[in-house]
Ligand binder design. Structure first.
Ligand code: SAH
Length: 367
């Protein structure tokens, strides 16, 4: 029997003992296994890493979010103490840019205690180094639950896509959960649970109940959505930015990325980033069910344009060299453009907030 010294052998061992595992369990192990998990062992971000995110593309992203948070804090009645919480802060770039920009609202800056929710030891060490000289208290936590209660502003960029996703596949006799098994060739393969998922159809949006055989539906545990709703429904607001769909949809969006290229999801467990699109409708419904008010989701492009990314780019360009100005322009386009290279349409922004707060910046009606 494999000895568990690599994630591959550990997953084989688990399948041998307990049978095929769900796709969600496979994803959870690949990303966050305490010893071999992808996030646990490395810094995956940036041009030398596996993928690049909006805050790593441009300082404007974090700056606009910092100003968003300052405006929301005022709407909350400017509480003397506010928890500025980030879920999955990566290299900490977004938070550093946000805090610098928030410096223009002195009272807000003074009210902030930063709470970073980070599962990766490697990234936490990197964040600690970058936050060392900051004049704002910063605390780390393994989960959102561990952050003390109180007025909160929560930011999550490209966090939810990394949370494990379940998949169900439609067959003649109903929906079966998709699993990971070991094939005759000794390699990992996708399989289906023997039994159908009981009453799965009745929980599905009406339009998806008559889906053709072979259709795939993905869902996540709604714990994070409920936690966000619970924490923000009084004196709180959360901003979630990620790639995903505004309405329920069918499709297999599970993907593996390593070294900026797509790879096989099953080939190098723990060696590639695994993600799946965010179902913003499901996220919003769960958060709303517990008392949070939903704003959006809207396209990231619209959110950033309404927050003034064009003005910010122009201000930065005015002080920049020609090369640097071009870089700023390209970054602004990448964050707002449609198409395969742009993040403007694929990415969405959703806010969950205390119903008392009214419309939030960026989410005001277009009228
Ligand atoms: N928000 C950052 C990084 C995105 S990558 C950016 O935009 O650049 C995903 C981040 O979420 C990483 O910091 C990763 O370590 C963290 N993460 C992934 N799963 C997590 C979990 N279950 N709990 C806490 N942090 C998690």
């Amino acid at each position: 029997m494999p000895d568990g010294s690599t994630l591959e052998s550990e997953i084989c061992r688990r399948i041998a003992i307990a049978g095929p595992m769900t796709v969600a369990e496979y994803m959870r192990l690949c990303l966050t296994h305490p010893e071999h998990g992808y996030y646990v062992t490395r810094d995956p971000l940036g041009s030398a890493g596996d993928f690049i995110t909006a805050p790593e593309i441009s300082q404007m992203f974090g700056e606009l979010i910092g100003l968003w948070a300052a405006a929301v804090w005022r709407q909350m009645g400017a509480p003397e103490n506010v928890r500025l919480i980030e879920l999955g802060p990566g290299r900490g770039t977004l938070m550093l840019d946000a805090l610098r920009a928030a410096g223009v609202v002195k009272d807000f800056r003074q009210a902030i205690v930063v709470h970073l929710v980070e599962i990766s030891r490697a990234l936490q060490v990197l964040q600690q180094r970058r936050f060392e000289t900051l004049d704002v208290p910063v605390l780390w936590h393994p989960t959102l639950d561990d952050v003390p209660a109180g007025p909160s502003i929560i930011i999550a960029n490209e966090f939810v896509d990394a949370l494990p996703v379940h998949q169900a596949v439609k067959q003649d006799d109903g929906w079966h959960e998709r699993t990971v098994d070991i094939g005759a060739d000794g390699k990992f393969c996708f399989a289906l649970s023997q039994d159908t998922l009981l009453h799965f159809d009745t929980g599905l949006p009406r339009a998806l109940r008559q889906s053709p055989n072979g259709s795939i539906f993905e869902w996540r545990d709604d714990r994070i959505a409920l936690d966000l709703g619970r924490r923000t429904r009084t004196d709180g607001a959360a901003l979630i930015l990620d790639y995903g769909h505004i309405k329920y949809a069918l499709g297999d969006t599970l993907q593996a990325v390593a070294g900026h290229t797509y790879t096989d999801v099953l080939q190098t467990p723990g060696g590639a980033d695994l993600t799946a699109h965010v179902d913003f409708e499901a996220l919003a419904q769960s958060a709303e069910s517990i008392g949070g008010r939903i704003h959006g989701p809207i396209l990231q492009r619209d959110f950033l344009l309404r927050l003034g990314i064009d003005k910010r780019a122009a201000a930065l360009k005015a002080k920049a060299t020609r090369d640097k100005a071009l870089e700023i322009e390209l970054a602004a386009s990448r964050l707002t453009e449609s198409g395969a290279k742009g993040m403007g349409e694929l990415f969405k922004a959703l806010a969950i907030a205390d119903p008392k707060l009214g419309a939030l910046p960026g989410f005001e009606s277009l009228l």
